[in-house]
Ligand binder design. Sequence first.
Ligand SMILES: C[S@@+](CC[C@H](N)C(=O)[O-])C[C@H]1O[C@@H](n2cnc3c(N)ncnc32)[C@H](O)[C@@H]1O
Length: 253
Amino acid sequence: MSVEPYSALAAGYDRVMEHVDYDAWAAYVHMLLRRYADAPTRVVELGGGTGSLALRLQPMGDYDYVLTDGSDAMIARAREKVAATDVPIRCHTADFTTVTREGLPLDGPADAVVLVYDGLNYLLESSAVATLFGRVHDLLRPGGVAVIDQSTPANSENREEDFADEAAVDGFAYVRENQYDPETRRHETTFDLLVDGQSVTERHVQRAYTLAEVQALLDDSSLTVEAAYEGVTTVPAHADSPRIHWVLCRPFD
Ligand SMILES: C[S@@+](CC[C@H](N)C(=O)[O-])C[C@H]1O[C@@H](n2cnc3c(N)ncnc32)[C@H](O)[C@@H]1O
């Protein structure tokens, strides 16, 4: 059986992402929000998955935090994780190309918007990335800041050794295979999953955007670029950076 991306993977997503240092990533995003936003309080995370970043980031700034993701299954998993803690995070299903402030449980515009770990790359057309930037602009207050990452062709080209892996644990097993086409810059990941005895296949397709492509889309957007950093650093990004964190601002009118 073939299913929507993340609908079955949600059950074992945290196992698949065990290698990711969410503590360091949350500390990095918190530092960027402190540096670029004026006393940020209200944070909206887009494409936040099962809430691994949110559960670490919210307490760092005592943020008023709304976690969103386009997948009901990922948000259901996030809700379970949040409910098992005393971290105050409101979880909501929302597609980040259509999300509106009014559609979220918010008392006002966001001081900050966060979207990390490849959410942008799931948008296969440049026009959809432009739409995302418009949505981010509308969620933010004037002077509000967004931290958005992207992976680049360098990331897909240089990770041959990661291109197949598998694991099995507690009723969940996966085999992952990656394929990258440098011509189209489409990166396909196929997950063959066993979830509670049921076999399912999920196909995830991403597009590896270059720094220049995203920069051009931002130049045409209503957001300003405060910084573009390589990986989880404050070193300026360049054309061969595998991952880029953009720090964006909604300008004052
Ligand atoms: C690689 S996961 C990253 C999740 C989370 N940010 C993390 O670091 O663990 C990408 C996430 O983007 C979400 N996503 C992809 N396209 C989306 C869209 N158009 N709107 C909202 N979420 C989307 C997926 O459901 C998935 O949870």
